[in-house]
Design a protein around this ligand. Sequence first.
Ligand SMILES: NC(=O)c1ccc[n+]([C@@H]2O[C@H](COP(=O)([O-])OP(=O)(O)OC[C@H]3O[C@@H](n4cnc5c(N)ncnc54)[C@H](O)[C@@H]3O)[C@@H](O)[C@H]2O)c1
Length: 322
Amino acid sequence: MSCRRYRRPAPDAGLPREDDDDRRRPPVFGEQAFPQGNEGLPADITMRVAARPPAVHETGVIMTAPQPVRIGVVGAGLMGRELAAVCGRWSQLVDHPVLPEVVAVADPQPAARDWFRRVASVQTFADDWRPLLDDDSIDVLYLAVPHHLHEDLYIAAADAGKDYLAEKPFGIDATAADRIAAAISGSDSFVRVSSEFPFFPGALRAYAYAASGALGDILEVRSQFAHSSDLDRSKPINWKRRVETCGRIGVMGDLGLHVAHVPLRLGYRPATVYAMLDNVVTQRPGADGSLVDCDTWDNALLACRVPSTTDEPRRFSMLWET
Ligand SMILES: NC(=O)c1ccc[n+]([C@@H]2O[C@H](COP(=O)([O-])OP(=O)(O)OC[C@H]3O[C@@H](n4cnc5c(N)ncnc54)[C@H](O)[C@@H]3O)[C@@H](O)[C@H]2O)c1
């Protein structure tokens, strides 16, 4: 059996599919591509399997033999665990061509690594990311570390030629983001940002409706992620609530992409931005319970002007709220 997991995808690969009608069409077997069949799978990711008879699920759906994809997780925190949990439920998907398997984890914190001992497929436990980048048996990396580490890690992974899914915001600031983008462009790596919002059913519908042009001239756009977690004053300080490790971007680095992604995908690119930023929580409990400074922006409203494509030279208003 052979499996070519990733052929170099087209620039728009990774976009949610709007037409899912052919999801249950049987895949093509043999040394042929079967790019159809999986919601959210980039249309030109090409799977190849040796010819063999397909199994038939009780629902009548023809099932392919899923190809294992070996995943290394860097950063065994909230999102690293989330990824492992998602992979654990993957077999629920009928007729999916791949079977992700978390085989390695890297995190300097022993307790964080130890959580992964419950995942039977994990064989490598490392306190540093280097062994995972150098391990040719790992197909894909998932990178989920604090923002101040994005630049070094994402560039190192691209330099190592690894394909990876990495967490937003791809750098602690614009300089880091530019360096990461340059390293990826100059590499053979297939890289995607972990941004789930455009895949939610509601967001898919909103996107499809707006993209269809049915809205006519756009009056204004509002996009918000009304997530109040960091406005809870009793939440202890952590890397997300410090400029040094989260970035001056503050809440916009945490939630901003969720708000911006669908409008940007629709082509609503701000020509001007006026930011209203609020440092609501200035102190939080530290490790010993005493209050320490919390210097990140906790609430942000970006008032933007976007050139109208249907009603030039108008610029419509767009409000991004995090
Ligand atoms: N897509 C989303 O919805 C979503 C949600 C939450 C967080 N995130 C993003 O995920 C990333 C991680 O956030 P989190 O909530 O999982 O943080 P977390 O603090 O829960 O986990 C981060 C982990 O990285 C580890 N780490 C630190 N230095 C490391 C190193 N040198 N090598 C390997 N691991 C190291 C830490 O020990 C910790 O276990 C951030 O970029 C964050 O913005 C995305």
